[in-house]
Design a protein around this ligand. Sequence first.
Ligand SMILES: [Zn+2]
Length: 298
Amino acid sequence: MELKRVVGSTYYVRGSPSTLIHIQSGIAYVIDPGHSSKRARRIGKELRSAGVREILVLITHYHSDHYSSRSIGELGPARVLAPAREYSLIASGKARTLLTYGYPTSKPEHFILHPVEEVQGLEVLDVNMLREVQTIQLPGHTEGHTGFSTEDGVLYVGDAVFGDRVLSAYPIPFHTRPCDALQSLKILERLAGRHDYFLMGHGGLVRRADVIEVLDSNAKAIERGFVEVERALSRGLGTPGEIAYHIISTSRESQEKDKALVGLTEIIVRGYLACMYDDGLVEPFVSHGGLAWRLARG
Ligand SMILES: [Zn+2]
């Protein structure tokens, strides 16, 4: 059995990301089906044997590990709905690669983690399309990152919150606007009392009693990220690449500096710098290495 009951009509399938499924009157809401088509085929089979007649796939954000056109196809005939602000990046593989890594390549080797692919037949999510599931805006990880709350008290938080293993695997948490991600953690803190369970994309199920602790360790990890960037800047390292390399080299578990990790961390560092720039904490300058940053004076 792939589907495990969380409570009432809500199920989840373990994975990275985990998938949340809410079944009501023959309709299955499948949130973040994941990338693997083999796993999706097994989910589709179980949905059919549970009497599901209609499938609505809901995608939290554009990152390629959360869906693929092949995995969606394996679920069975389905409507696929994406938040408006994530739509174009989910529909276009090249745009997604550009925003994730900074290079609009369609060649997936070397430093791109997932093959570049388009998603056909995608629709913009309109909240009126959903009856038993509510949307919750949780920006920060990505611009339009959206959570989904079921009527039986389960909240799929996607990548707005990470489990301990992910927090320690990445030298700084992966959010494109970490300052906005901190605000989303505050939104989730307010919603904690109304939900019995949170399901994280990467990190599994969290019971109500443990939610605040998990949100707290996520906030601390982001704040540590800002400290790491500031520390690198105070050592005179200025380009996002230099800062990323320094952070990876000095992280708790010194990481193997593979191309994908360095490329991704460089993009993440830009997000931290953007937040610091908006707060007047850093200023740009031109260096031999290109556009660089330093701590603002005064
Ligand atoms: Zn993500």
